[in-house]
Design a protein around this ligand. Structure first.
Ligand code: FAD
Ligand code: SIN
Length: 529
């Protein structure tokens, strides 16, 4: 089956949906998404969206906090652009129906999170993402020009490679003609030709054993673009959220929002002692790289499996009012957080790097844009400031739409693209070949490529991964495609990129800490060639 659309969007989180709303008046839009439309990191976002709204806060303070957090690797031009466009984009989210909490006086009820010098996080209780996703989906469903294909899995983007042309990383003017997409219910693979394509596939948390990310977060967009020879940057900077709920075997891990610490929650060791003063004057509200590393160190010193977050002093009514999702979740596993401390542990949360994208979200492949967590715009540098990612997504989907609306005037469909060819393949005999390899990758990454790294651990990770890579490529060549096999390949690709870039970065900076190179160097950019 073949299909032609002006705008192909891969992903239905905040990045994909907000772009769809912007471009819908200008052409036919198709959103493909590999699960139910709301299944996304966006839907799980708790804390909120950052923007300097009232005095004494200012754009400049938000800019400086973002730069400080990014530890010398942010692109200052991008930071200034994102922060200064934040008011317009937030007004737009509100015009699409998003409700942010207000005080009795009708002002936005701003929260605070790690690394922010002011209260500047707009939120909807502790489920801001679900509120944004709800509002965006409701708008998208009203648009006649937008079609959502749910349970449709993008396998590869289509380039000159599929026309039989040799495409290398050094090839200039690689072009994207659309994508091959599998209907997950029938297994049929369709060819979707597009004038422009937006990659909005979200994060990579599933590369690790424990993550706050939903199941969809297997880094598909980054892997697809890497295989298509596009540029990937900064993926060694994996953000571990300091406080996920310690609840063995729960997947994904439930997040205890940083806003709880912004509201007075204090980190303590199991014997009830505060420890963050040893690591940073901002104590429990230090940026995430510092806090996660401090917890990791305390857990290694004590041998404990978790630390505590103490919010008993905040009071039951306040906790239930501000954090109803967190209060009820903890209660459901027997913890009344107004009386007991919450056991927490760091886990993989956010990918700071990704598909290199410019100020209009253009990737290095023509007609292919990247927005949201799969993109690397230069905003986050070596460590993302909390609640800056929802903001980044709306700012860049707006910018991408400006460029894409103009661009489609001069782009034709590439009708020479062949359909997907799966001759000579058969169904894999045993699913265990895929599921076990997935567990092995997660374990390699968690044990050797976590919060604290070393040359020996990274080398060991690369050697182990190579074996799984070879086995999986062999399986891929002989097997009829399945979403599980595609995800495994993508996770291996992303794990490879994280390890390779971590090895090449011969310094410690932001989220990347290597005990063999404990200080910073001047090596600022790290792109896989
Ligand atoms: P997502 O929202 O993850 O959407 C990705 C979409 O791509 C999904 O629809 C998925 O199904 C689809 N997809 C993926 N691969 C394929 C494929 N191969 N084919 C078809 N479809 C595909 N950030 C903040 O700024 N503030 C917060 O308070 C906050 N809290 C968070 C809390 C949690 C628990 C988590 C996990 C993240 C949080 N973040 C927060 C980060 C933020 O939510 C994400 O970075 C952001 O929502 C990413 O949006 P996105 O549109 O790029 O991706
Ligand atoms: C949180 O609520 O702690 C998550 C915020 C973020 O990841 O930006």
């Amino acid at each position: 089956m073949r299909k032609e659309v002006d705008f192909l969007i891969i992903g239905s989180g905040i990045a994909g949906l907000s772009f769809a709303l912007k471009v819908a008046p200008y052409g036919k839009v198709c959103i493909v998404t590999k699960a139910g439309p709301e299944e996304s990191s966006t839907n799980l976002a708790q804390g909120g969206i950052a923007s300097a709204i009232y005095d004494p806060d200012s754009y400049e303070k938000h800019i400086q906090d973002t730069l400080n957090c990014g530890d010398g690797l942010c692109d200052e031009k991008t930071v200034r652009l994102v922060v200064s466009e934040s008011h317009q984009r937030i007004k737009e989210l509100i015009s699409w129906g998003t409700e942010f909490d207000k005080t009795d006086k009708g002002l936005f009820d701003l929260a605070r999170e790690g690394g922010h010098s002011e209260y500047r996080v707009l939120h909807h209780k502790d489920k801001t993402g679900a509120e944004i996703e709800r509002a965006l989906l409701a708008q998208v469903r009203k648009e006649k020009n937008i079609e959502i294909l749910e349970y449709n899995f993008a396998i590869e983007i289509i380039t000159q490679h599929h026309l039989g042309i040799d495409v290398r990383r050094t090839t200039p003017d690689i072009e994207c003609y659309g994508a091959y997409v599998m209907d997950m219910k029938t297994g049929m693979i369709k060819t979707i030709l597009s004038k422009v394509t937006l990659m909005a596939t979200g994060g990579t948390g599933r590369v690790y054993s424990t993550t706050t990310n939903p199941n969809i977060a297997t880094g598909d967009g980054i892997a697809m673009v890497y295989r298509a020879k596009g540029k990937i940057e900064n993926v060694e900077f994996v953000q571990f959220h300091p406080t996920s709920l310690y609840n063995l075997h729960e997947k994904p891990s439930f997040l205890i929002s940083e806003a709880v610490r912004g509201h007075g929650g204090i980190l303590k060791t199991i014997d009830g002692k505060e420890f963050m003063q040893k690591y940073d004057p901002r104590k429990s509200l230090a940026p995430r790289d510092i806090t996660a590393r401090a917890i990791d160190k305390e857990m290694k010193i004590s041998g404990d499996d978790y630390v505590y977050l103490d919010c008993r002093h905040i009071g039951k009514d306040e906790l239930m009012d501000k954090f109803p999702t967190i209060y009820n979740k903890c209660l459901s596993i027997g913890i009344d957080i107004s009386k007991e401390m919450i056991p927490v542990v760091p886990c993989a949360h956010y990918m700071c790097g990704g598909i290199k994208a410019d100020e209009y979200a253009r990737s290095t492949i023509k007609h292919l844009y990247a927005v949201g967590e799969c993109a690397c715009t230069g905003l986050h540098g070596a460590n993302r400031l909390a609640s800056n990612s929802l903001l980044e997504a709306v700012v860049f989907s707006h910018r991408a739409s400006i460029d894409a609306i103009e661009a489609i005037q001069n782009i034709n469909f590439c009708h020479e693209v062949p359909d997907w060819n799966d001759e000579g393949t058969s169904s894999p005999e045993e699913m265990v070949l895929i599921t076990q390899s997935m567990k092995e990758v997660e374990s390699i990454m968690s044990v050797y490529v976590g919060i604290v790294r070393s040359n020996l651990r990274l080398k060991r990770a690369l050697d182990r991964l190579e074996i799984i890579y070879r086995e999986t490529e062999d399986l891929f060549i002989r097997s009829t495609l399945s979403p599980q096999l595609c995800e495994l390949r993508n996770v291996i690709n992303v794990a490879y990129l994280i390890i390779k870039m971590a090895i090449d970065r011969k310094e410690s900076r932001g989220l990347h800490y290597n005990i063999d190179f404990p200080s910073k160097s001047d090596n600022l950019i790290n792109t896989i060639k």
